[in-house]
Design a protein around this ligand. Structure first.
Ligand code: KG4
Ligand code: ZN
Length: 342
């Protein structure tokens, strides 16, 4: 069984070919960071246009690299949401039209389900059920994953997503877009204890909140800037970045600990772009060692957006018997717990 996966929900164009028994046999990824950098964030119209110009050639490249062809495909999976409507429609239109022409099914994939399942592409994959920490640019959720399509959200952010907080604080520190990785790099040289930033909702329930933390960082940035005659010395920026990152990681990790206790699950899986953060990965690994839970995370390239996770999620749904009609599905908002098993 061969399934082509197409990801165009935001600012990465991802294409991959998944083959049952072999795994991902070829993949391609094009980042739009350079397109959006001058605007400090993703410009939806530019994202759609860039996907349009890159996507079809990337499909050809992936098939060539895999020594395969369109005729050998059994299904084509594409991200149908959540995401930017125009960007989603680029992937959906190509996937549905190719599938229609080839007489095979197109499988609409939920982007967050694809993130959740990405760790199953790694060697020695975790078994169901597990607890997942889903941390991306638009989502921060703790999800009880019983099986494919059976998800219960046990905690989520009440305001900003963790990735969004990284991106906003990166802007306060004059770091280039995309902010998360740049902030993490700056934090490496900083003192994480220099500023005692708040850990909102710590010790209470399983929900997260990051907007108060972001305000606390903004106030600290303004105070330091006044102190230093209007600009921030690099050492101060690094300390601010490290202290902010420590607060986010502490909030995420402490809620993971509580959620493992409350659900009684013994496995924790990390998914989504912020899952690429080294500090978060290391601290969660410690949590697992202390509490006897198995902690798994996919390699960083499988945490951030990619075509491989979409091909894999599509293959799982296809082999589970998900019915597909040839209608382009693009859902900017799509709650994860609306999904059901195939
Ligand atoms: O999952 P993803 O690639 O796209 C969405 O579905 O949103 O996540 C992107 C988010 C961005 O906010 C980005 O700044 C953040 O993940 N991110 C990171 C790191 N790498 C990506 N945040 C912190 N540390 C990183 N190393
Ligand atoms: Zn994503």
């Amino acid at each position: 069984m061969k399934v082509l996966g197409i990801e165009t929900s935001c600012d990465e164009t991802g294409v991959a070919l998944y083959e049952h028994g072999r795994g991902i046999v070829a993949e391609a990824l094009a980042s739009q960071a350079a397109v959006h950098a001058q605007f400090g964030g993703v410009v939806p119209e530019l994202a759609s246009r860039d996907h349009i110009s890159k996507l079809a050639p990337m499909v050809c490249t992936v098939l060539d690299d895999a020594n395969s062809s369109l005729e050998e495909l059994d299904a084509i999976a594409y991200t149908a949401g959540p995401g930017l409507i125009g960007a989603l429609m680029v992937g959906g239109a190509l996937a549905e039209s190719l599938a229609l022409g080839l007489g095979i099914p197109a499988i609409p994939v939920h982007h967050m389900e694809a993130h959740l399942l990405a760790c199953l592409l790694e060697r020695d994959p975790p078994e169901f059920p597990f607890l997942a920490l889903l941390v991306s640019g638009g989502h921060t959720q703790l999800v009880e994953v019983r099986e494919l399509g059976r998800y219960r959200i046990v905690g989520e952010t009440l305001d900003d997503a963790a990735g969004e907080a990284f991106d906003k604080v990166a802007r306060l520190l004059s770091l280039p877009y995309p902010g998360g990785p740049a902030l993490a790099a700056l934090a490496e040289d900083g003192d994480a204890e220099r500023y005692a930033f708040p850990r909102p909702l710590k010790g209470r329930g399983l929900d997260f909140s990051f907007s108060g933390l972001k305000t606390a960082v903004r106030l600290a940035v303004e105070a330091e800037s006044r102190e230093h005659g209007g600009s921030l010395p690099d050492a101060v920026r690094a300390d601010l970045a490290a202290s902010f990152q420590a607060a986010v990681v502490d909030s995420l990790v402490s809620k993971c600990g509580r959620a493992l206790d409350e659900t009684g699950l013994g496995r924790l899986v990390i998914a989504g772009g912020v899952g690429a953060n080294r500090n978060l990965r290391a601290t969660l690994a410690e949590l697992g060692e202390q509490g006897g839970a198995q902690v798994r995370y996919p390699r960083p390239a499988l945490c951030t957006d990619n075509g491989a996770m979409v091909a894999y999620a599509g293959a799982c749904r296809y082999s589970g018997g998900t019915a597909a009609g040839h209608r382009i599905i693009a859902r900017p908002r799509w709650p994860l717990d609306e999904l059901s098993p195939p």
